[in-house]
Design a protein around this ligand. Sequence first.
Ligand code: PRX
Length: 661
Amino acid sequence: MATLYQPPEHVVKGAHVDSLAKYKDMYERSLKDPEGFWGDFASQFHWNKKWDSGENFHKYNFDLNKGGIFLSWFNGAETNVCYNCVDRHVKDGNGDRVCFYWEGNDVDQQTTTTYKQLHDQVCQIANYMKSKGVGKGDNITIYMPMVPELPATMLACARLGAVFSVVFAGFSAESLAGRISDSSPKMVVTCSAVKRGPKHIELKKIVDEILDNEEEVHVPTVLIYDHKASGVSREAIHASLVEGRDVWWQDVIPDQPTECEVEWVGAEDPLFKLYTSGSTGKPKGVLHTSAGYMCGAAATFNYVFDYKPDDIFWCTADCGWITGHSYVTFGPLLMGAKQILFEGVPTYPDAGRCWEVCDKYGVTLFYTAPTAIRTLMACGNQHVTKHKRTSLRILGTVGEPINPEAWRWYYEVVGNSNVAIVDTWWQTETGAHMITPLPGATPMKPGSATLPFFGVEPAILDDKGNEVEGPGQGYLVIKRPWPSMMRTVAGDHARFEQTYFSHYKGYYFTGDGARRDEDGYYWILGRVDDVINVSGHRIGTAEVESALVGHHLCAEAAVVPVDHPIKGQAIYAFVTLMNGNEYPPDESVRKELVAQVRKAIGPIATPDVIHWAPGLPKTRSGKIMRRVLRKIASKEEDQLGDTSTLADPGVVQVLLELRGK
Ligand code: PRX
């Protein structure tokens, strides 16, 4: 039995949900009366037109046996997410309230932005976009680091009803190219360069690599923010600007008017798409719409972080990921929060940076990933304990299962055993938290994401697709839609239906395995598909394999996850070389293959191990037996299981001999 940790009294007192009984009542209502529950929450926002009451409020089909999959919420309503994030607070007299305390990569870099300043800047960006013909439904690609101009650009798009797609500024040129050509954006918004830790990354150069070389990619306007703090000067880049296409942000944005009319959009009009990896093919554009996403992001921010107006919130995620969308740009701004916007990394200039920033601003709510927690834990407690951290009330984690040891360190050392930990399970597709403790209500168990959020009805299925009742383990599915759920894969609804709804008819398939214990608590066991979770980032094995076979010496590749003490999982690649090559080949081949993956996807997809494989274990029908590869990668070859279906059982021995070579 896992130890129960009760929420500390000071967290319970005054919490929005201050007991398990209250959570249960609210949860039941959210399932029985979705319109009442979500309508009540949504009424704090501005609606240009209210939603239809009754049957039309929310519609869906979740069962492919009954026809195509669709879902909609707040039907009939019109709103604007940007208006609710920004204008609403200014109109309420909170224009002077701080929205962003920006902390740059280096310790001495900081700025402060108020809601009124954000409003003015968003209007200026939107006006410029309009002057370039951007309007409702147009696509915009954003490739920027964590500067305040990044969320401001996302909001400017939302203001116009333009659909933005943020590409994480750590992705390579090839990854960016794929996302740009999939969207045909009217504008790419980028930045001169960024300094991340001690390294400089020239983002504009990466954009140029694509736009100057790929014929099918035509982008009319590239807006470039001159990021002075990056240390790369405007002059250094200026010569490479393409006339008529490339424009310096600082030359055009400040001249624009600081008022810009809002485009009212329908509840189900698209807000953004965000590319994410799955088990097959290219990354897909997960499409989120306006009203449901808005309410989901705001409600989870409000309840899961038990947000109050005096709080100082800090989510360390980059806006290039869904966490940065929902818990940097949208959730906090929708609720009018004051937050830290952090450009740096937790270990620069030293492993005490996070706690130094927490003390500097009096951070009360802190949200990060297990990989960061494990990294900091490995650096030693002295980096934590030399800072006070007394302001912290709630510590959140997201992105991958947190091992109980890291959980306890987070709770005891960072939180002084006087905080609530919220282990939030969710996905790019879900838009907002799905299974998570509520800090004032849910007793915690280290390593468990605990109980479903309001409106979320999970289930566990066995191998045959039957629901497991009570305690048990299997595939994690969701039985009905929730407001912030993705609506489709951009441009490919059939892929949406196939990926999430064809495995188990009538359920949304999460791709995760889970266990439910005797208290009804969920324990996420990780991906059951061909997705590797490296430091909380999803990498499709198929993407890494296709990058590897893109190298002229690589005939075939098979990639599997292997446990890693800091990253959670690491990428382990078995590589077969073209005929005629010796094993092991020259060390330079390994380096080239690793470089090939970094170039195709980005440094986050760097394989930790390349294991030479003159042959791969295959069935007689030619299917690679990944189960066998996983066991070899994890050094568990004593547990290979049944290998009688292998076409050539001898390959296993050859692979074992080549391990470490
Ligand atoms: O496997 C789960 C893991 O991350 C996947 C979703 O990845 P992504 O769409 O990139 O979104 C990450 C941020 C929401 C899930 O399918 N995951 C996410 N949060 C947790 C988690 N696994 C265990 N515990 C979590 N708290």
